[in-house]
Design a protein around this ligand. Structure first.
Ligand code: TXA
Ligand code: MG
Length: 319
């Protein structure tokens, strides 16, 4: 077992919160993917996130908080529709991009005048954030706990596989099992008159429109979102989307689709929710098995299926 792995007893979570306060890194489970956390008001600790991930320092991070009550610490001029979204979907797989407060330093926002904020829906994440806030912390900056451009980890073992070579001896990975959603949060820009989706996720456009009574803005906008780079979320294996798999290739498709002779079936999800849950571990499995190519038959439709296609189209552009 890795030296970094920790279980999630009350003591372990209390110790993890102390490490965050002390400026160390703690990777933790959320309902979407595992995050690599640091004290969001500690510029040195946050700088370590960038070096461990190998991520360019002008890419902003999401600040994780224990409840909506902390939103005002990090954001200012929050519009009504953003408050409606937060009330409806937090804790949950949704990040709001808001005008930043003074607390949100350039080292977290990548120098932008906005900040991403999220309350994750996971008992371990919430317990960690609550313990951290009780100890005087304000929020935990956490990107997905993978090297830059790679597939996000949905298990603690995948975090260790990605980052063990870059962590320091006092850093920690809390093992909270496999993530329930499996793809990253929906990111919603809340700095305009209407909400705008920057990255699709489990919270769909229809859900946003229903809960706010407002249309979602469709136009695009120059904004720095590393997860919207054209190549991202990619395994080492080459990903193909519109292709029939041939012998020796990996294959991910809904369970009712048969596996051709000689093809390595990596996953057979029964529905789109399960597709999202297992997608990243199946892509990792392709690399573990040393496969060079993987074919994925994408789900159709809106909501989570749309988020899956978004990630897959980037994965297919390679590393
Ligand atoms: O589900 C998630 O959101 C996970 C878990 C750990 O919470 N986190 C995550 O973080 O996916 P990361 O850093 O891998 O992706 C966050 C995305 C990045 O593409 C970043 O550029 C964007 O959010 N982002 C963060 N703050 C932003 C801001 N102020 N404006 C625009 N985009 C922002
Ligand atoms: Mg990421």
């Amino acid at each position: 077992m890795s030296q970094f792995l920790s279980n999630c007893t009350a003591d372990a979570i209390a110790s993890a919160a102390k490490r965050l306060i002390a400026g160390e890194l703690v990777a933790f489970p959320t309902e979407t993917v595992y995050g690599l956390g640091a004290d969001a008001s500690n510029s040195k600790a946050v700088a370590r996130i960038y070096s461990v991930k190998g991520r360019p320092s002008d890419h902003p991070l999401i600040v994780h908080i224990a409840s909506i009550d902390r939103m005002g610490d990090w954001a200012s001029d929050v519009p009504e529709y953003a408050i409606a979204l937060a009330r409806k979907f937090w804790p949950g797989p949704m990040t709001l991009v808001l005008k930043r407060s003074e607390l949100a330093g350039d080292f977290v926002t990548g120098g932008q005048d906005t900040v991403g904020v999220r309350v994750p829906d996971h008992v371990v994440a919430l317990a960690l954030l609550e313990a951290f806030e009780k100890a005087g912390g304000k929020g935990v900056a956490a990107p997905s706990a993978n090297r830059f451009g790679h597939v996000s980890p949905t298990t603690a073992a995948a975090v260790v596989e990605e980052l063990a070579g870059y962590l320091s001896k006092d850093d920690l990975v809390l093992d909270g099992g496999a993530c329930a959603v499996g793809v990253e949060s929906t990111i919603i820009d809340c700095t305009g008159l209407l909400p705008r989706v920057l990255r699709p996720g489990a919270i769909s456009v229809a859900m946003i429109e229903k809960s706010t009574g407002s249309k979602v803005s469709q136009g695009s906008k120059e904004i720095r979102v590393s997860g919207s780079l054209e190549n991202h979320y990619a395994p080492a294996a080459k990903v193909f989307l519109c292709k029939t798999p041939i012998s020796g290739q990996g294959f991910i498709a809904h369970e009712n689709i048969e596996t051709p002779e000689g093809v390595v079936r990596l996953a057979s999800p029964r529905n789109d929710v399960e597709f999202a849950q297992i997608l990243y571990s199946a892509l990792r499995e392709a690399d573990t098995r040393g496969l060079l190519e993987v074919v994925v038959l994408q789900p159709i439709g809106d909501g989570i299926a749309y988020a899956i296609r978004d990630r897959l189209s980037r994965a297919a552009n390679g590393r």
